[in-house]
Design a protein around this ligand. Structure first.
Ligand SMILES: Cc1cc2nc3c(=O)[nH]c(=O)nc-3n(C[C@H](O)[C@H](O)[C@H](O)COP(=O)(O)OP(=O)(O)OC[C@H]3O[C@@H](n4cnc5c(N)ncnc54)[C@H](O)[C@@H]3O)c2cc1C
Length: 289
């Protein structure tokens, strides 16, 4: 059996990192998923004047301080994206492509996407629209796929899909270099709508359209309801109490994903509370046993 962690934290922004250091201080066996850059939103801020103790810092300064802090505490980041989390009763199964991690509690600190879903995206989710290209690539063997890439990580997924699919289109949603395989066609047009009947048949662009069997939307984070089936959502955010507990026993949430204001300090504060709540829950469980 694989190792079962006390706390799995999803997200490496201020919320997830603050949760990680506090869970570690409480001597819990933790695992944290995210990326080495920590948070795309952290590095983007040119000037931060509302993070106590860091007057006039840039987002990169904060990121470097956060990275040094977790390194000093021996916290390593697992550079993987969680595709789904399933509540299994007394533990959670976290899926990363074909791999499964197990944890007794989870803290969701996945941030929030500022971009709205594309028209048709939610309607065709699971009917040709997906969020994990590498997971679903085998379904599109020999078929046509459109990949809408919001970040650098989407390049790797696109190249992998193109090995299996018949035709791969890539629609970039960010500026940068696209190191794509020669058989991937880059479409420099805006995607307006995903359409179909029972399943996806095409995407409408600001100029023209593409006939396709599947569309992958590859963003930094997926909607929490999609990530954790059964999670209670209120006005687009995860519903939590003052202890950062969600409607699912053992599942906590912190940061932008729980609601406004979207700020570093609020995120970190919630991460702290979530970690302490998870730790108390685990201690109670142990007492009962
Ligand atoms: C340009 C800009 C400037 C800003 N300036 C300020 C400012 O001056 N002051 C201020 O207080 N706030 C500022 N903010 C807001 C601040 O960035 C956010 O409030 C804060 O980063 C939220 O922290 P978080 O930990 O909730 O989420 P995030 O920082 O968004 O981190 C979430 C992390 O989770 C990861 N993740 C998501 N889903 C998964 C998954 N399924 N598996 C693995 N990892 C996953 C993401 O990749 C990301 O690394 C600014 C934001 C922007 C964009």
């Amino acid at each position: 059996m694989s190792e079962r962690y006390d706390i799995a934290i999803i997200g490496t922004g201020p919320a997830g990192l603050e949760a990680a250091i506090n869970a570690k201080i409480r001597n819990k066996n933790i695992i944290i998923f995210g990326n080495k850059e920590l948070s795309p939103k952290l590095v983007k801020a040119s000037k931060v004047n509302n993070y106590l103790g860091f007057y006039n810092a840039t987002g990169v300064d904060l990121k470097n301080q956060f990275a040094a802090h977790i390194a000093a505490m021996g916290i390593g980041i697992i550079n993987e994206k969680i595709n789904n989390v399933y509540a299994m009763g007394d533990y959670f199964a976290l899926m990363v492509n074909e791999k499964i991690y197990e944890a007794k509690t989870i803290i969701l600190a996945t941030g929030i996407e500022y971009t709205k879903p594309i028209k048709g995206e939610e309607e065709f989710l699971g009917k040709g629209v997906g969020y994990c290209a590498t997971c679903d690539a085998p379904l599109y063997k020999g078929k046509t796929v459109v990949i809408v890439g919001y970040n650098k990580e989407s390049i790797e997924e696109t190249n992998y899909v193109s090995e299996l699919s018949g035709k791969t289109y890539f629609i970039p949603m960010y500026k940068g270099e696209y190191k794509l395989s020669p058989n991937v066609e880059i479409i420099n047009h805006k995607i307006m709508e995903i359409v179909g009947n029972d399943v996806v048949t095409k995407v409408i662009l600001d100029e023209g359209e593409l006939i396709t069997d599947g569309v992958f939307m590859l963003r930094d984070s997926v909607s929490p309801a999609q990530l954790v089936p059964g999670l209670q959502i209120e006005q687009g955010h995860i519903k939590v109490g003052r202890d950062m507990k969600t409607n699912i026993e053992g599942c906590y949430a912190a940061g932008d994903c729980t609601g406004k204001p979207y700020q570093y300090m609020k995120s970190a504060g919630e991460g702290l509370v979530a970690a302490l709540s998870a730790a108390s829950y685990l201690d109670k469980m142990n007492e009962i046993k």
